[in-house]
Design a protein around this ligand. Structure first.
Ligand SMILES: [Mg+2]
Length: 163
């Protein structure tokens, strides 16, 4: 159980994910979360550093697909801003959401990574499908109340994981 909650990599910001390193691992498809990974939760501002990171990714040949539990209207809006695909299914951490993204990307478990800010949705969902998982720190402290409950649980799990 706990093994599935452990990301392969942790970074402060999505813009700190080293794309060359992913290419060395044979990864060129990225399933990415929207709120608090690409965009501050509940806001419409695109952070220039994040935008530049995505742009660099496209130039290096990466394909991106957003998997989010947010509204499709919001997902599609930012997908077009970033030039990303949209997973037709939601409901993270259910596998169907991630599988629908992999079909969109035409990816497989060896060439696809998941990036997100939540252990119980992004990381758990990605690890279930044996994808390479990267946890980022949430951009904004303002969060949906349900997410705050999850943060509390995450901290509890993290404490228990320590030897
Ligand atoms: Mg998120």
């Amino acid at each position: 159980m706990f093994r599935r909650l452990k990301p392969d990599q942790m970074v402060e910001c999505v813009c700190n994910v080293r794309l060359e390193e992913l290419i060395r691992r044979g990864i060129f498809n990225i399933i990415i979360d929207l709120d608090n990974t690409l965009i501050p939760w509940g806001e419409d501002q695109i952070i220039p550093e994040v935008y530049q990171w995505v742009k660099a990714g496209h130039e290096m040949g990466f394909k991106f697909c957003i998997v989010s539990n947010s509204s499709f209207k919001r997902i599609r809006y930012f997908a077009s801003k970033f030039g990303m695909l949209v997973a037709p299914k939601r409901g993270k951490p259910l596998s169907r959401a991630f599988k629908s993204a992999m079909v969109k990307l035409d990816g497989n478990q060896h060439n696809t990574a998941v990036i997100g800010d939540q252990i119980f949705t992004d990381i758990l969902g990605g690890n279930r499908l044996n994808l390479y998982t990267i946890l980022v720190e949430p951009i904004s402290k303002k969060e949906f109340i349900g997410t705050r409950v999850m943060r509390f649980l995450e901290k509890t799990v993290a404490k228990r994981r320590k030897p």
